[in-house]
Design a protein around this ligand. Structure first.
Ligand SMILES: C[S@@+](CC[C@H](N)C(=O)[O-])C[C@H]1O[C@@H](n2cnc3c(N)ncnc32)[C@H](O)[C@@H]1O
Length: 303
């Protein structure tokens, strides 16, 4: 299992479900990236949305820069990105390319690389090498990630997590050879090291909205899979890990919203999961219940 088999044929229907099921990312998240980049002396000429899919978040950062490179490994995703953004060659350069590939980009030509919800599909070491090739000294690598939501009601959260854990288990059992992917995805970026020979010491690892005993990882991985999918950290000794609750990510969960979240990614039929869904649906009824999104943002500067 890799990005190749999951995403290479993302069509309009695929990306519609994806956009509806993923969080409304608050402005404060992107502002955090811009603030970090400014504070570390970054410039605002060229940035690169790597693994951008159908340009899900591209417009959130592009107004800050003169030029935007939009890449994805899937040609159909880049087509979807073009039709979403408009084929404006003044502002956008579109590339069908893996994160691991950068030889077509000028060395030290990019001010900021943003990789959101995509690093786990790549060969991480190769991708970091490609990022270092393209980034200017003093440029920023920003890795974003949004996990699975937490419903702030104990009983509902228990049913919700049984459902998402069930789905993870079924996917993992069918793809045991891809355990690396699951390790990186469930970290979220904690298994990614930043070699201080190339990156400034002090990578900033921000973690939002892990609460009520629910970490990003535990929302995704059931405890029964902890041995198969271990929690791996490769923090540098100067890395700064910050946990914050951020209300901007809160939302009201109801049956329609939660079903859309469940259907973000195509699912194979599973009577066990659907029985859990029926129980969840019966318990939530027509209520709106507070919920939040664990998310993360990892920021590091090239030397
Ligand atoms: C979950 S989507 C994320 C899309 C968008 N960045 C976001 O955060 O919503 C993952 C994307 O990574 C892309 N992808 C998979 N393998 C990749 C690779 N090796 N290099 C770059 N992108 C890859 C997929 O085609 C897909 O569009």
């Amino acid at each position: 299992m890799s990005g190749d088999d999951i995403y290479y044929k993302g069509d309009d229907e695929y990306w519609k479900a994806y956009r509806e099921g993923r969080p409304s990312v608050p402005d404060s998240y992107f502002q955090r990236i811009i603030d970090y980049h400014k504070e570390n002396g970054g410039q605002f000429n060229v940035w690169h949305d790597m693994g951008a899919g159908s340009a899900v978040h591209t417009r959130r950062l592009s107004p800050n820069f003169k030029k935007t490179i939009v890449s994805d490994s899937g040609a159909s995703n880049v087509e979807a990105a073009k039709s979403y953004l408009g084929d404006n060659s003044e502002a956008y350069v579109f590339r069908v390319a893996k994160g691991e590939e950068a030889s077509d980009l000028e060395p030290s030509s990019v001010d900021l690389v943003f990789g959101c919800n995509m690093m786990h599909y790549t060969d991480v070491d190769e991708t970091l090498r490609a990022v270092l090739h393209q980034l200017k000294p003093g440029g920023t690598l920003a890795l974003g990630g949004f996990g699975l939501p937490i419903v702030l009601d104990e009983e509902l959260q228990s049913l919700w997590s049984q459902m998402t854990h069930r789905r993870l288990r079924v996917t993992f059992e069918a793809n045991r050879a891809a355990s690396k992917l699951f390790i990186v995805a469930s970290g979220p970026h904690d298994a990614i090291p930043f070699d201080t020979e190339h990156f400034r010491p002090g990578a900033l690892r921000l973690k939002f909205n892990e609460r009520d005993g629910w970490s990003w990882r535990r929302c995704m991985i059931p405890a029964s899979l902890d041995e198969d999918i271990p929690y791996v950290t490769r923090f540098g000794e100067d890395d700064v890990v910050v946990h914050e609750n951020n209300e901007d990510w809160n939302f009201e969960a109801d049956v329609t919203v939660m079903r859309k979240i469940l259907e973000t990614f195509p699912m194979s039929p599973d009577p066990v999961r659907e029985e859990l869904w029926r129980q969840f649906q019966a318990k939530i009824g027509d209520r709106k219940v507070p919920a939040t999104w664990p998310s993360s943002l990892t920021l590091v500067t090239k030397k």
